[in-house]
Design a binder for this molecule. Sequence first.
Ligand code: NAD
Ligand code: UFG
Length: 332
Amino acid sequence: MKVLVTGGCGYIGSHTCVELLDNGYDVVVVDNLSNSKENVIEKIKKITGKKIKFYKEDICNKNKLDEIFSKEKIDAVIHFAGFKAVGESVKKPLMYYRNNLDSTITLLEVMNKHNCKKIVFSSSATVYGSPKKLPITEDSSLHTTNPYGTTKLMIEMILNDLYISDNDWSIAILRYFNPIGAHKSGLIGEDPNGIPNNLMPYIVKVATKELKELSVFGNDYDTIDGTGVRDYIHVVDLAKGHIKAIEKVSKDKGIDTYNLGTGNGYSVLQIINTFKEVNKVDVPYKIVERRDGDIASCYASCEKAKKLLNWEAKLDIYEMCRDSYNYVKKNK
Ligand code: NAD
Ligand code: UFG
């Protein structure tokens, strides 16, 4: 079976390519490298010992995408490509709407033309906004607070409308919680340029002394120690969830949405302390004001994915902290 992975050079996409190849799938990657590097393809080959096809193209380019579909005879698509920085989306909303929506609509049109109607889509827990009850189930109310989140919610709606119009489609919408960690080889992982927005990349840069200290955004939330609680999930577990989703869309028609998290919430201080203990490094920090738009706690109910996809996360917070640091140390 041949799977097209859009955004396959990125953080989650690259780990998913490894899992697909390890599970015997043929993989075709289309990525415009707007937030990744081409050498990721060589690294995926090195980890798996398998061949992988790469096209450096923008998936908003309909003619090119059409050529790729004509040539490759794609059976199913995993769609990661898109912009993902919340703060940037507030400053440049049109860039986010253009890229995330245009790329998806173009992709769906080309898939339709080639009668390829199986897709797994990367959504986000951000579509739950400020959750009213925890753990968050898939039927919770949806609400977005920034243009990035709105693009995810709009794409979910587009996919729903598409299925209503044509019941031949098989669609899995995956709402990720907070992916961290890296492949144990240390060859692929996440190391954003500049000053990171997210907690784990920031902690890693403090541990490697690239940044002086971490600012912990608030210690007066109603949580175990006052700091924000999130559902961190190892990116390799997340990648394995995509294999289960591909199996599901290959077997059953329909549209369904699944949370991919661990079901456990950890506070910022718990993450810092675990990171220090596992990696035997110091992570200096100071407590500062709350960050605008942050919520106290967010963690998933993963019962639906367990029941219908036969998937659950296996790797724990120690492995997540170890592998995040290992990747950056090896690639400094
Ligand atoms: P990433 O930026 O590492 O990967 C996205 C990839 O898509 C990059 O390689 C980029 O070059 C490519 N891309 C972007 N626009 C493109 C276009 N028009 N044509 C071709 N390629 C394009 O991000 P990631 O962390 O791997 O996230 C993957 C997906 O998961 C994204 O859709 C993101 O919104 C979603 N997601 C991520 C997180 C997270 O915390 N990382 C959480 C929830 C959802
Ligand atoms: N935090 C700090 N200091 C930092 C960075 C983060 O204290 O320098 C805290 C935050 O206040 C929060 C926790 O660490 O309590 C996690 O913050 P992240 O920025 O790592 O993650 P978020 O949960 O805020 O958001 C992430 C992605 C969103 C996505 C969401 C749910 O950035 O795009 O997870 O998937 F929508």
